[in-house]
Design a protein around this ligand. Structure first.
Ligand code: ADP
Length: 389
């Protein structure tokens, strides 16, 4: 068996006719970059949004052509809608394509992106059987957003709630690693996937569909398609709360996600430095734009406790973040120290709240979880006034 490569896959896809029966999907330039990881193949096909519903057979044909190649174990083919005009928003949602059969050789298809609802509109249906959906976001990467999301989810679980964790960070999914999960989710009832489970949490991540090391090359519409699939085609119910680990940053992709997902609120994770700077405020502004209440700010890597002496060092000064949160008009949820044990447990797939539930770090995350839940139950509060200098 020869190794899989782009050329072999493209050669097979050249046999698939274009949407109008003329030409082929490769020649017409409709096939995205192809991600290959071992026997897993993933790519997208660009289609006209208005005709998306007719394109499911085309998607299925392309998937079948690739599945027939020796050495291919699974294929994920996503239809992406062409951008129209200068906005992803069109006047009506494209109809859903026919359900794809899920079998050993085919991952369920994502349907094309729905148009972004206008801020404040009620066009964001919830997920049946799922209570509150709460986003965990950060102004930039590397501040500990995913670590916080995982431990917050486990904190809510420890407080007696049924909890799910959706890794929407599809550019760099880290939930599989943080929860020590591997393998692929099972398909149940056609295209619905069964969430993976760890420490009593239900979890879904693009990392279960594509290997973590695979470089992710996503185009805008693909992002929405993948997210919608993970939200709506996963058997989440029954859940009290679904925590969504958002991608880092506050660009268009994040804004679109915040618009698409029916969020009860958002938690912003920040380090002391970037709270004082502009990044965290951008996060606040983004959620405000789409009328999502900010449930509060978690200050991560806030202080340091020397492991040998137990002495606390407030490297960035004490209470700065709390004052800053008050000034910005958002609740302060708590401060998490920078700790070797948090990094080690997190990176080893043994999150501290699950593996040392009675320890000092679990206590911090559980207290944060209590506040998050209280603020979320407080119902829709007006977005805070945000001052951006
Ligand atoms: P993000 O999701 O913001 O990119 P991660 O949660 O992946 O950030 O964290 C980045 C790195 O920092 C990881 O190696 C993680 O283990 C570590 N980390 C996160 N929070 C803490 C903390 N409070 N103390 C020590 N290390 C931490």
């Amino acid at each position: 068996m020869t190794a899989l490569d782009q050329e072999r896959i493209l050669a097979s896809l050249r046999a698939v006719a274009g949407p109008d029966g003329t030409g082929d999907i490769v020649g017409l330039g409709l096939v995205s970059d192809i991600l290959i990881n071992g026997g897993k193949v993933m790519f997208s096909i660009t289609v006209d949004a208005a005709r998306a519903h007719e394109m499911e057979p085309l998607r299925a044909k392309a998937a079948a052509a690739v599945n027939a190649i020796d050495g291919v174990e699974s294929t994920l083919v996503i239809l992406t809608a062409e951008r129209r005009g200068n906005s992803m928003a069109t006047s009506a949602p494209p109809p859903r394509p026919a359900p794809a059969r899920a079998h050993a050789h085919s991952s369920p298809a994502a349907h094309p992106p729905r148009p972004a609802p206008q801020p404040g509109s009620s066009a964001k249906p919830g997920i049946p059987g799922v209570g509150a959906i709460i986003a965990v976001a950060s102004g930039k990467g590397g501040v500990g957003k995913s670590t916080t999301a995982v431990n917050l989810a486990l904190g809510l679980l420890a407080n007696g709630l049924k909890v799910g964790l959706l890794d929407a960070d599809i550019y760099g999914p880290s939930v599989p690693r943080l929860l020590g999960l591997s393998g692929r989710p099972e398909a149940i009832e056609g295209r619905t996937l069964k969430p993976m489970e760890a420490y009593g949490l239900k979890a879904m991540s693009m990392g279960f569909l594509v290997e973590e090391e695979t470089p992710m090359i996503w185009r805008g519409p693909m992002v929405m398609s993948a997210l919608t699939q993970m939200l709506r085609e996963v058997a989440w119910a029954p859940l009290d709360v679904l925590i969504v680990d958002m991608p880092p940053g506050t660009g268009d992709a994040q804004l679109t996600m915040a618009q698409q997902v029916p969020l009860a609120g958002a938690v912003i994770v920040s380090t002391p430095q970037d709270l004082a700077l502009i990044d965290a405020r951008k996060g606040l502004a983004m959620f405000r734009k789409v009328d999502v209440p900010v449930l509060g700010i978690v200050e991560n890597m806030s202080y340091f406790i020397a492991p040998d002496t137990g002495k606390r060092y407030d490297i960035f000064g004490h209470g700065g973040a709390e004052r800053e949160a008050a000034r910005l008009g958002v609740p302060f949820l708590g401060a998490v120290p920078i700790e070797m044990v948090i990094r080690e447990t997190s990176d080893a797939g043994k999150p501290v709240v699950a593996t040392d539930p009675d320890g000092p770090h679990a206590a911090i995350y559980k207290a944060i979880a209590t506040k998050v839940w209280e603020n979320a139950k407080g119902g829709a509060r007006p977005a805070p006034a945000i001052v951006i200098e």
